[in-house]
Design a protein around this ligand. Structure first.
Ligand code: FAD
Length: 403
């Protein structure tokens, strides 16, 4: 028997099949389910893995408002904490910005992404949401029709084909949704900033009560609180370098040097529990809809972690998409779906522009179009105006916390 003969086609599996149980897919699933829309989430990973996959941690005030609006913020109010200060360290000294007192006066809530995902998942299951763990979406077909289908490989390895009215691609940049777009259906705006960061999680308490950005002749170093026991650090590294080339000792010595720990206070050291190289790039598709396939979160737009916007955009887009799908499926009003892409891209572009601005603040500007980033004479000028200009600080605060 050939593989195609073994495929089982299940008639109408759900009104909406959601690929991926990250922040985008789970916010969408919760909102659809609450509105009585029949949906099914398809997730490649097992449930236990989702609970431990550490990534983002800084939630914008607007993200918290969205989660509050839909009764999804209980955990983050209980276990997260508010954060509103960042500190810049350069050869010229250090200065702090209390961004919570600038711009719109908004703060971040620090809450690890894996905890948010766990809360969203628990809520989704509590309200009777359907999810298939350990199930990989292989391809989405028939997106030009009103009955698209998703080919999946389930936990037992058996291929199946599931049908819906709409498919929401919330399965990240390398997921099946992006791969299934017919060639020429969307434009891809890709920019590689030519800089790589070694993303680290340390089993150690935060070393300062602020986000730390250190600009050093040896490269950038960053410090971001996560929980009282775990801290995220970043170290600029060579492109193509292996994370395994960095021993715990080398990491801590380099962090201490670049963060000028001898001058400003020693770092709390501990075992490095996660290390991965992240190339700073943006990869945005346009439009975010092709027929009955809609994209949200990293599947729609991958942004570098330089301004911590990805998870926030994922939640925002999921809310916009949920409203549009409910309007269409429950009330026969397709206006929201027609506007979904344009509306979301307006937010994405602003976030993308600020992420790019942050990269140039931390790494300098290219000397020519497409050239490498250099901390030339203009680098300190950008930091200096952030240190001294109140209007620049207000501008920064609004974009740093906002989406
Ligand atoms: P994901 O969270 O990637 O979820 C996609 C899901 O789809 C996954 O569960 C995956 O297993 C599943 N999947 C993939 N392929 C398939 C398939 N074929 N079939 C079925 N399932 C599939 N953002 C912030 O806002 N603030 C931060 O502070 C921040 N820090 C970051 C730090 C790091 C080191 C990194 C890497 C990212 C950071 N981000 C941050 C970005 C943020 O984590 C992402 O933007 C966010 O996870 C996007 O959510 P998503 O739901 O779109 O995708």
């Amino acid at each position: 028997m050939t593989a195609s003969q073994r495929i089982r086609t299940v008639g109408d599996t759900a009104d909406v099949i959601i690929l991926g149980a990250g922040p985008a897919g789970l916010v969408l699933g919760n909102l659809l389910r609450t509105s009585g829309i029949d949906c099914l989430v398809v997730e490649r990973a097992e449930r236990a893995h989702l609970r431990t996959r550490a990534r983002a941690g800084f939630l914008a005030a607007n993200t918290v408002r969205i989660l509050d609006r839909h009764g999804l913020a209980e955990g983050l109010h209980r276990r997260g904490h508010e954060h509103s200060t960042c500190e810049f360290r350069t050869d010229d000294g250090r200065f702090r910005l209390d961004y919570g007192g600038l711009g719109r006066g908004e703060r971040h809530t620090v809450y690890p992404q894996q905890e948010l995902v766990t809360d969203l998942l628990t809520h989704y299951l509590d309200i009777g949401g359907r999810i298939s763990f350990g199930t990989e979406a292989v391809a989405v077909t028939g997106v030009d029709s009103s009955r698209p289908s998703v080919s999946v490989r389930g936990p037992d390895g058996r291929p199946e084909q599931w049908r819906a009215r709409y498919v929401a691609g919330c399965d990240g940049r390398h997921g099946a949704a992006r791969r299934s777009l017919p060639s020429g259906a969307v434009r891809r705006h890709h920019r590689d900033h030519g800089v790589s960061w070694l993303g680290l999680l340390a089993e150690a308490p935060p070393s300062l009560d602020a986000v730390g950005y250190a600009i050093h002749p040896r490269g950038f170093a960053g410090h971001m609180a996560r929980t009282p026991e775990v801290t995220r650090y970043y170290l600029q590294c060579e492109r193509g370098e292996s994370a395994d080339a960095w021993s715990d000792e080398r990491i801590w010595d380099e962090l201490a040097l670049r963060m000028r720990a001898a001058q400003y206070g020693e770092l709390h050291r501990g075992p490095i529990i996660q290390r991965a190289v992240v190339d700073l790039e943006s990869d945005v598709l346009e439009p975010l809809r092709h027929g009955s396939l809609l994209l949200a979160g990293d599947a729609a737009s991958l942004l570098s972690p330089s301004a911590a916007k990805g998870a926030n955009l994922a939640v925002l887009e999921a809310e916009i998409l949920a409203r549009a799908l409910v309007d269409d499926l429950a009330h026969g009003d397709a206006t929201g779906l027609e506007r979904y892409s344009e509306q979301s891209l307006a937010y994405i572009r602003r976030a993308q522009e600020f992420s790019q601005w942050m990269i140039q603040l931390l790494h300098g500007a290219p000397d020519s179009d497409g050239g490498p980033l250099l901390h030339g004479p203009l680098g300190p000028a950008r930091i200096e105006s952030l240190r001294t200009s109140r209007s620049q600080q207000d501008w920064f605060a609004e974009r740093y916390v906002g989406v």
